[in-house]
Design a protein around this ligand. Structure first.
Ligand SMILES: Nc1ncnc2c1ncn2[C@@H]1O[C@H](COP(=O)(O)OP(=O)(O)OP(=O)(O)O)[C@@H](O)[C@H]1O
Length: 590
């Protein structure tokens, strides 16, 4: 495993954090974490452990106070930074080794050869005891193995500091202890390790403990062995109890806001959590007066790494996305199943020969065109809706490591568009084969195909936007009917646009389905069929639909392309905002 001779020194000085909806979460917290140590952040649920961890990692801007890395504001994460959140930061469907190879491709500097990537992956797998699971899909790993797999991804670049949010939660005591031993060996190799935990045993396995009180102040900062004694209790469990009741360590200054103390510029000689408050390194009491908070120096920039270029990112993401799609049974079932089901339903619903000019069925022709438009829309929307929300934690972590959102969104389009085109072609081919569509020339079918694919592309982009905007797959599923309903009602198929109210007509402008319906109707020549066909129903329908099908199909294509671009741009903007939210660090490569 690549290790560094010296870990990162991490300091927080009089840090106060507020969270919208929760108010002040951390208050006047000061800690000084020396390189190569394991620091455990503990405290009751909601005490602010995660907020402190993210702040120390530079992922959360300080409301008051300062966070310093090696004495400077947190710089670009680059290879010195590893962060393992509670959520999985690896996709679950591919074998572990392959998953890590993709993760390495995005994290390691441009120019790293495939052999070097494989060697780095092999090394971290050995060091985390996962070599024998290299070929196992991530989803089939045990909880402990998955945690270690997440850590493995972070170790690929040999970080100087590793931040972990509850790495042992959900693990049995033996597996948890083994994970802590792994972290110990990393610390011995020079890495600074900071973790949050609820597991009592973890507190005693670190070098230092920062114990937060329920109101987000440091109740104790010091050696684990002195924790119980400091509060005059026998067990760590009791510490939680007395801290919740507002107890302070025996002999501590009780007045004022508790704090680990504002730090002098320089860690204790033991290089640990230190506050200048005595040999036990524990202070609970007001921070000393005076200019305790030094002004942060401009970030000392690490040696710039050459970031993987946008085209290579796009290519890597496209390959990974395609592999993930094919490995997920659910995705394959949705991709293949929904077109087949819809085509079968259309075949059963409509009679043959509706387009026969000698005996046309004008009402059915309009409905067939509408349902082709809606089928194309539905394929695109369902394919897009689960694309992003299911992997947001992975995206966020990779964004921090240098992933660009543009290539990410482009890769989604690259993967899904050919599948959508195939579904649309299948729909048209089957309807033609069953005589639900007329015997017309290639030019007509090319026009129908382009209209369908553009309708699918716009719906895919809308699905991606919704997927980026929601917070979980459950919300994305709820979006499906919400997005489909207006597309049906305001498409102009059931209530023709000229018969709508002014408000309805205005809304119909924003419906991609309206433009797809009109482009399809124009492409197949509905107007001529209704006007010249041998059906009495044709002229009244023509009258009702007005000039819906009068323009060239190209008109609809342009509008659908515009919608696609707007939705994609909005997806990009939402994702950039979600990734940036509160992050104070620059990104890898600037
Ligand atoms: N995104 C958020 N929106 C609203 N409140 C938040 C958010 N993040 C944190 N909080 C609030 O901030 C406080 C501290 O949260 P934090 O997750 O740091 O606690 P914790 O000590 O890690 O808790 P736990 O041990 O349960 O994970 C909590 O009251 C929490 O509800």
């Amino acid at each position: 495993m690549p290790t560094t001779p010296t870990g990162l020194r991490v300091q927080a000085r009089r840090l106060t954090q507020r969270v919208r909806g929760a108010g002040r979460v951390l208050h006047d917290v000061s800690v000084d974490i020396a390189p190569g140590r394991i620091v455990v952040i503990a405290g009751s649920s909601g005490a602010g452990k995660t907020v402190l961890l993210e702040s120390l990692a530079g992922l959360r801007a300080a409301d008051e106070g300062t966070v310093l890395h090696d004495g400077a504001r947190p710089g670009a994460p680059g290879p010195e930074f590893g962060f393992v959140p509670q959520e999985d930061i690896l996709h679950r469907d591919l074998p572990l080794h392959r998953t890590l190879v993709y993760a390495a491709g995005l994290r390691m500097p441009a120019g790293t050869s495939a052999t070097e990537v494989t060697a780095a992956v092999d090394r971290v797998l050995v060091s985390l005891g996962l070599s024998h699971r290299a070929g196992t899909p991530v989803r089939a790993l045990s909880g402990g193995e998955r945690k270690r797999a997440g850590i493995a991804a972070e170790l690929l670049t040999g970080p100087r500091a590793l931040f972990l949010d509850e790495p042992t939660s959900g693990l049995d005591p033996v597996t948890g202890a083994a994970l802590l031993r792994t972290l110990r060996s990393l610390a011995e190799g020079g890495t600074t390790v900071v973790l949050t935990t609820h597991v009592l045993a973890d507190l005693l396995r670190g070098d230092h403990v920062v114990f937060l009180s329920p109101d987000g102040q440091v109740a104790y900062a010091g050696e684990p062995g002195r924790l119980c004694g400091a509060f005059g209790v026998d067990t760590v469990e009791d510490v939680y109890g007395v801290v919740a009741e507002g107890a302070v360590p025996v002999g501590a200054v009780a007045a004022g806001g508790a704090s680990a103390g504002a730090l002098p510029d320089g860690a204790g000689s033991d290089g640990t959590v230190s506050d200048g408050a005595g040999s036990d390194g524990v202070r609970v009491g007001p921070a000393p007066d005076g200019p305790a908070v030094p002004r942060a120096r401009p970030a000392a920039r690490p040696v710039p790494r050459r970031r993987v270029g946008a085209v290579r990112q796009w290519s890597l993401l496209t390959r990974r996305g395609s592999a993930l799609l094919l490995h997920s049974r659910l995705s394959v079932a949705v991709l293949a199943g929904s077109p087949v089901m819809i085509v079968a339903m259309f075949a059963v619903l409509f009679r043959a020969g509706a387009f026969d000019p000698a005996d046309p069925d004008p009402g059915s022709t309009a409905m067939i065109m509408f349902w082709i438009a809606f089928g194309a829309f539905f394929f695109g929307l369902t394919y897009g809706l689960l694309q992003i929300c299911t992997e947001l934690p992975v995206l966020r972590r990779e964004w921090l490591a240098g992933l660009r959102i543009g290539p990410y969104v482009a890769s989604k389009l690259t993967i899904m568009l050919p599948v959508l085109a195939a579904a649309d072609a299948l729909l048209l081919a089957v309807l033609r084969a069953l005589d639900r569509l007329p015997a017309a020339g290639w030019d007509v079918y090319l026009s129908l195909f382009v209209s369908s694919v553009l309708a699918s592309a716009a719906a895919l982009a809308l699905g991606l936007l919704a997927s980026a905007a929601v917070t979980d797959p459950g919300q994305a599923t709820l979006m499906l009917p919400l997005l489909c309903f207006p597309q049906v009602l305001f498409s102009g198929a059931f209530v023709p646009v000229p018969r709508m109210t002014a408000a309805g007509e205005a809304i119909s402008w924003a419906m991609t389905n309206r433009w797809a319906f009109e482009a399809l109707g124009a492409g197949i020549g509905l107007e001529a069929l209704w006007r010249d066909g041998a059906s009495r129903l044709g002229p009244p329908l023509l009258d009702a639909y007005g000039d819906s099908f009068a323009g060239p199909a190209r008109h609809g294509w342009l509008i659908l392309t515009g919608f696609t671009l707007v939705f994609l741009a909005a997806t990009w903007a939402v994702l950039v905002r979600k990734c940036r939210g509160g992050v104070v660090r620059d990104r890898a490569g600037g």
